[in-house]
Design a binder for this molecule. Structure first.
Ligand SMILES: *Cc1c(COP(=O)(O)O)cnc(C)c1O
Length: 360
């Protein structure tokens, strides 16, 4: 067996021991005589799996009792629509546009009501987070929406926006469980799990109970009402059962590692190794202003498309894979999620140093 260092932005690297455990349980899950994939989602065995997953996530994130945890499908993209359909009572909401994912959510919301762009960093290719201390938020807005970690551009909010009392909705797809957060500061926290938690196909929504409406916008399908899933404990229809099982294992892995404080410390150490090198290198440069740098996604360039391509090719051959930047940005991007070992980042930097020396 030979595992590479996988710097993919998503689907992305998972903890090896989680994968090994899942492999060991593949044919016979704990004496059930079947795989979790083959199991009724109404069975007692599966019920324990999903309940434990929820409880472990609650423990890890310190989620208060007045928040519901929903395991849904449709990726982050379906939430771009579900959020306005469920929350846009006044048909008006504010969006902070810090990259492609925020922009897509913003455009989707326009289908349902008035989506107002409160701030944007499009003027400098989304390389920074705008000042969000005094945004033009009006009283009739139902919520303020952010994408907390911008996977493509490598920026991250270091302080949450001043929402002037409005509900904060946050897409945390690419920073989910990367550090401790105060759940009570948010109305809705959601993310696709394929970046930092598990296999694609599961999206987790953490929503304050009083925000789950009895009535959504007219025409909202049953499957797109938060209430449908909240009332059924995420078992209204067949959930992405196997994916949730893997997520549950990752929650246990995080617990075992020491929780989100430890994750944050590890992530800070890893990111520092890479950013320190980028700041000292004469060839490679980071593309984000230092104060808004993401701990999870690190974009960088050489300044020459030819050298970028050469680097990606040689890195791939050396076992550092999926370093190509997003197709809309170019250059390189190293995604260094929770499951990327420090050693992977150290070896990548050693490889970059060598490449720099050879390409002076
Ligand atoms: C990947 C990503 C998305 C899109 O996720 P899908 O599951 O493909 O819909 C949205 N937001 C962020 C922050 C992402 O990183």
């Amino acid at each position: 067996m030979s595992r590479v260092y996988n710097f993919s932005a998503g689907p992305a690297v998972l903890p090896e021991e989680v994968l090994q455990e899942a492999a060991d349980e593949m044919l016979d899950y704990r004496g059930s005589g079947m795989s979790v994939m083959e199991m009724s989602h109404r069975s007692k065995t599966y019920d324990t799996i999903i309940k434990e997953a929820e409880q472990d996530l609650r423990d890890v994130m310190n989620i208060p009792d007045n928040y519901k945890v929903l395991f849904l499908q449709g990726g982050a993209h379906l939430q771009f629509a579900m959020i306005p359909m469920n929350l846009m009572k006044n048909r008006k909401a504010g969006y902070i546009v810090t990259g492609q994912w925020a922009k897509k959510a913003f455009n989707e919301a326009k289908i349902y009501g008035e989506a107002v762009e409160l701030a944007s960093s499009a003027d400098k290719t989304f390389s920074y987070i705008p000042d969000c201390s005094d945004l033009p938020i009006t009283d009739d807005m139902d919520y303020v929406y952010i994408c907390e970690n911008n996977t493509i551009y490598g920026t991250k909010y270091k302080t949450l926006p001043n929402t002037k009392g409005k509900v904060l909705v946050s897409d945390v797809s690419s920073c989910f469980l990367s550090e401790p957060i105060d759940v009570t500061k948010y109305g809705v926290i959601y993310g696709g799990v394929q970046k930092n938690i598990g296999p694609a196909g599961v999206v987790i929504v953490i929503i304050r109970e009083d925000l789950i409406p009895e009535e959504c916008l007219p025409g909202t399908p049953t499957m797109m009402k938060y209430k449908t899933h909240a009332d059924a404990d995420s078992l209204y229809n067949t959930p992405p059962a196997y994916g949730i099982y893997i997520c549950g294992k990752v929650f246990k892995w995080i617990k075992k590692m020491g929780g989100l404080e430890v994750m944050q410390k590890r992530n800070q150490e890893k990111a520092k190794i890479l950013y320190d090198f980028l700041d000292s290198s004469e060839l490679f440069k980071g593309t984000v202003v230092p104060e808004d740098r993401s701990l999870m996604n690190v974009p960088f360039v050489t300044g020459s498309e030819e050298l970028d391509a050469k680097f990606i090719k040689e890195a791939t051959a050396a076992g550092f894979v999926s370093l190509k930047g997003h197709r809309t940005v170019g250059g390189m991007r190293a995604s260094i999620y929770n499951a990327m070992p420090k050693e992977g980042v150290e070896k990548l930097v050693a490889f970059m140093k060598e490449f720099e020396a050879n390409n002076k």
